[in-house]
Design a protein around this ligand. Structure first.
Ligand SMILES: [Zn+2]
Length: 282
C-alpha cells in the first residue's frame, strides 16, 4: 500500500512537471554583482528569450532541457529596487516565466585622485573624439552573439592585487565623477596581460580615456575590457584562448601610473568581475 502511495506521489510530481519551465535566479543581489540564471524545461529547448533591465538576450538551447547564462547590474546605470527577469521558451510550446529580483545597495568607499587637468575636463577639441569612442563602445558592448565561449572561473589577467575595487566613488582633482566600474589590478609597465576567458577580439584600438585597449566578446552579451595597455598584441576579429597574452601593461589614457583596468559588461551593464575569479580578488 505504502509503495503504491509513493508511486502515486512520483506520478503526480512528474505530471506536475509537464509543460514547465523553471527559472532559478537569486531573489536578491547586491548592485553591480553578476549572477547566474539557470533554466530547466520539460521539453528540449530551442532557445529562450531573456528580458532584463530593458535589454533582450537570446540564449540558444541546442535541444537541451537546461541552460544557464550570466546577468548582472551596473553600479552607475541600474537602480536599487525590484526588477523583473523575463524568460520565454521559444518554439512549438512557448512559455514565459517572470521572476522578481531585488537589487540591493552595497557600500562603496570613496577614492580621491589627482590626474592631469586634461583628463578631468577634456579640451574642447577632443570632445567629438570621446563621443565617437563612447558610441562605438556602446554599440560593441550592447551587441550579443549566441555562441557561449565563457569559461568560469575567469583567469586573472595579471597576478597583481586589486588597487581600486569596483564601485569606488571617485573624485578627480576634487570633482565628483562616475563610480569605478571595473577592477584596477597592480602590474608593472610591460607585464603580459592574459585573456580572462576564451572569446573574440571585437575592439583593438586606442581611445582617449581607455588608452590602448582590447575588448573581448565571450558570447551571450558578456564582454571583458582591458585598458591602458602599452602594447596591443591581438587584432580585431581574432579568437583568443583563456590565458593567451593579448597585450602588455601600460599607462595610456586616463591613468596616474601603469596598471591594468579590467572591465566586464553583461548586456552593456558594467559588473564587478571579482566574484568570478577562483578566489575573490583582493
Ligand atoms: Zn580602472
Amino acid at each position: 500500500m505504502r509503495m503504491v502511495f509513493v508511486f502515486f506521489l512520483l506520478l503526480c510530481s512528474s505530471l506536475a512537471q509537464a509543460a514547465t519551465l523553471r527559472v532559478e535566479c537569486p531573489q536578491s543581489i547586491g548592485i553591480g554583482l553578476p549572477f547566474v540564471v539557470q533554466v530547466q524545461s520539460d521539453q528540449p529547448l530551442e532557445g529562450v528569450q531573456v528580458t532584463w533591465q530593458d535589454k533582450t538576450l537570446f540564449v540558444p538551447g541546442y535541444n537541451s532541457t537546461s541552460l544557464e547564462f550570466l546577468l548582472g547590474t551596473d553600479v552607475l546605470k541600474s537602480k536599487v529596487g525590484s526588477h523583473q527577469l523575463g524568460v520565454t521558451r521559444l518554439g512549438a510550446a512557448p512559455l514565459s516565466v517572470d521572476s522578481t529580483i531585488q537589487v540591493v545597495q552595497r557600500k562603496f568607499p570613496e577614492q580621491r585622485l589627482t590626474v592631469s587637468q586634461d583628463m578631468v575636463t577634456p579640451p574642447a577639441q577632443v570632445l567629438e573624439r570621446i563621443k565617437q569612442e563612447n558610441a562605438l563602445a556602446r554599440k560593441i558592448l550592447g551587441s550579443t552573439t549566441p555562441d557561449n565561449h565563457l569559461v568560469l572561473p575567469l583567469i586573472r589577467p595579471v597576478p597583481g592585487i586589486v588597487t581600486s575595487a569596483y564601485g569606488l566613488t571617485r573624485f578627480f582633482n576634487d570633482q565628483p565623477r562616475n563610480p569605478h566600474r571595473g577592477l584596477d589590478l597592480r602590474a608593472a609597465l610591460g607585464d603580459p596581460i592574459l585573456a580572462a576567458a576564451p572569446g573574440q577580439v571585437v575592439l583593438a584600438a586606442e581611445h582617449y580615456y581607455a588608452g590602448r585597449c582590447v575588448f573581448l566578446d565571450h558570447g551571450l552579451g558578456v564582454h571583458t575590457q582591458y585598458m591602458h595597455m602599452d602594447e596591443v598584441l591581438v587584432q580585431d576579429g581574432e579568437m583568443v584562448e583563456a590565458g593567451q597574452v593579448i597585450g602588455r601593461v601600460g599607462k595610456t589614457g586616463r591613468v596616474t601610473a601603469p596598471h591594468l583596468h579590467l572591465g566586464m559588461t553583461i548586456l552593456d551593464l558594467a559588473v564587478d568581475p571579482s566574484p568570478l575569479f577562483p578566489q575573490a580578488v583582493q
